[in-house]
Design a protein around this ligand. Structure first.
Ligand SMILES: O=c1ccn([C@@H]2O[C@H](COP(=O)(O)O)[C@@H](O)[C@H]2O)c(=O)[nH]1
Length: 237
């Protein structure tokens, strides 16, 4: 399976994102980028198309979560964007994933459908407070949600790398594991609670790490990106 660092473009406008990406112009390969709610709501599908036309690989992180019919419609509406990955909340349930799977079936290059399990910003206390009656460990909750979504038709899973080892041991099928909440040693966690270093994520067997602020807010974002990539991919680049 391919492994890579995905840069989260959490910016308020297309122009800010363009300025940031221009720093990478001299590099041999464009970074794999993630467009999340902030940028998508500000810049819209046109900017995603612009990135696609420029040759970026795109992870569209909209975390769809609604009734199955609405999510299937949303997936169909995103069809023309040609994104490489798309997120849906695993807690939307099996039927929601079945309908999303059905919605991509006629696409020439369907996106990898990723199930977001337990957000990396949740501590155990925060998760139990938000989800009524939730008494499982984070590992068990992530496993349960991942298993359900994969059965419904998800291709891969988003979780903290902290649960990665448990997922790999308990889910037999092979699937792409995508992990945000990545922090190089000494970096500020910010609102992230379940954080892992790029080197530990590599050792756990994570396929893609998603990194935002440690790169976008670095003094030298290109140097920060390269250092994180080196720590995660090492000699396998
Ligand atoms: O559980 C999740 C799911 C998605 N994210 C997204 O990843 C990035 C992380 O950004 P940092 O600045 O490196 O914290 C961000 O876009 C989130 O929306 C996540 O963090 N956790």
């Amino acid at each position: 399976m391919e492994k890579d660092v995905i840069v989260a473009l959490d910016f308020p406008s297309a122009n800010v994102a363009r300025e940031f990406l221009a720093r990478f112009d001299g590099e041999a390969r464009k970074p794999f980028v993630k467009v999340g709610m902030e940028l998508f709501y500000a810049a819209g599908p046109d900017f995603v198309l612009e990135l696609k036309t420029k040759g970026y690989k795109i992870f569209l992180d909209l975390k769809l979560h609604d009734i199955p019919n609405t999510v299937a419609g949303a997936v169909r509406s995103l069809k023309g964007l040609g994104v490489d990955m798309l997120t849906l909340h695993a807690s939307g349930g099996r039927e929601m994933f079945m309908r999303a799977r059905e919605a991509v079936k006629d696409m020439k290059r369907p996106p990898i459908l990723l199930a977001v399990t337990v957000l990396t910003s949740f501590s155990d206390v925060g998760r139990k407070e938000a989800l009524l009656g939730e008494n499982r460990s984070a590992e068990d909750a992530v496993y349960h949600l991942a298993h359900l979504a994969l059965q419904g038709g998800a291709d891969g899973v988003v979780s903290s790398a902290m649960e990665g080892k448990y997922l790999r041991e308990h889910i037999r099928q092979s699937f792409p594991l995508v992990c945000p909440g990545i922090r190089p040693a000494g970096a500020s966690a910010g609102d992230q609670k379940r954080v892992v270093t790029p080197a530990d994520a590599r050792d756990i067997g994570v396929d893609y790490i998603v990194v935002g602020r440690p790169i976008t807010q670095a003094k030298d974002p290109v140097a920060a990106y390269k250092a994180i990539k080196e720590e995660f991919l090492g000699g396998s680049q």
